[in-house]
Design a protein around this ligand. Structure first.
Ligand code: ADP
Ligand code: MG
Length: 313
């Protein structure tokens, strides 16, 4: 196995690949840099940044960005707008790292431009266009990009005849193949505590998966306590405020990473009961939720189709 660490997408990434060809890891890293350049919200050169400047007009768009947005719109609909990629007007007002909290008036003004139904994609491969009917709308793909990128890395590795690999983009994990013949990979699920409070990352449980992805979203990271109030980075599209939720962390396990990532953010917004019902109703998807009461609740396939062990802390 060769491994590599790199910082992109505002997070630490780690890949391990069964190969002795270092250039395969170079290709993975180059692919990630390509997506960073395409999807960055802060780089004025990125395709997404330029697209946001063009809201209100019909704009040509690369096939790949069209594919990401098209997939994202599916989850906006499937979660009844709990996940909404037009949350960009709202998410850009928040900066918890610098302890910046928007005022009510600014939030209300930003929320008026949140509506995924304003987006229309047209055209066929090579000639795709996008129309965002609201000129002040802003797309934020931060809740789904890593899922898409992870699947793209898996595809690249398969094309290179790699049989086994583990990809971890800041907690967005996918495994290719099994760890060894007949033995799935053991993937640790991170305890819902801020990294700053742990000297090493601790896990509350382990799932056993092969050719699958496990993605966790939580309210414990990119969070801050300001004047006695706890704020986090998963925002409720109805209020623009951090979701008031009984879900500390939500993990979704799915054959494709984009499915897992597409749902996790929304599960936090939905709250535990609705989140579990949502995933239970979808074939092939399972979820594990850690609640603010300290309960760990899985959908019916957890411990059945997906072996799961709770770890003592
Ligand atoms: P992480 O960033 O920890 O991998 P997520 O996949 O849950 O976790 O993505 C969270 C990001 O999604 C936020 O940082 C923000 O950019 C964006 N976001 C926050 N709330 C929403 C929402 N309700 N719908 C869509 N995107 C959101
Ligand atoms: Mg997500």
């Amino acid at each position: 196995m060769l491994s590599r660490d790199f910082f992109l997408f505002n997070t630490e990434n780690h890949i391990e690949v069964e190969t002795d060809d270092d250039t395969i890891l170079d290709q993975v890293e180059a692919l990630c840099q390509h997506y960073e350049r395409m999807l960055s919200c802060f780089n004025p050169e990125s395709e997404l940044y330029r697209l946001n400047q063009q809201a209100g007009k019909t704009t040509p768009i690369s096939d790949e960005l069209a594919e990401i947005i098209e997939a994202a719109l599916f989850y906006c609909q499937a979660t009844d707008g709990a996940f909404d990629i037009t949350m960009g007007t709202v998410t850009r007002l928040w900066n918890l790292q610098d302890r910046i909290i928007p005022c009510r008036e600014d939030l209300a003004a930003a929320l008026a431009h949140v509506d995924w139904e304003a987006i229309t994609l047209s055209g066929s491969a090579g000639q795709r266009t996008i129309t965002i009917s609201d000129a002040d709308a802003c797309l934020d793909l931060g809740g789904i990009a890593k899922g898409y990128i992870t699947d793209s890395i898996t595809r690249l590795l398969k094309q290179q005849d790699v049989a086994r690999a583990i990809i971890n983009l800041g907690g967005n994990v996918a495994v290719l193949g099994e760890k060894q013949a007949g033995k799935p990979w053991h993937v640790g699920l991170r305890s819902p505590l801020p990294s700053s409070s742990m000297s090493t990352l601790t896990c509350f449980g382990v799932v056993e998966i092969a050719d699958a992805s496990a993605v966790t979203s939580g309210i414990y990271e990119r969070a801050a306590e300001i004047e006695g109030v706890f704020y986090h980075h998963i925002l409720d599209p109805t209020t623009g405020m951090p979701a008031e939720t009984d879900v500390l962390s939500a993990t979704v396990i799915a054959p494709q990473s984009i499915d897992a990532d597409g749902y996790t953010t929304a599960l936090i917004v939905m709250g535990a009961k609705r989140a579990l019902e949502c995933i239970e109703s979808i074939d092939g998807l399972e979820a594990i939720i850690v609640t603010t009461h300290g309960d760990v609740i899985g959908t019916s396939g957890i411990g059945e189709t997906i072996p799961f062990a709770l770890l003592q802390s």
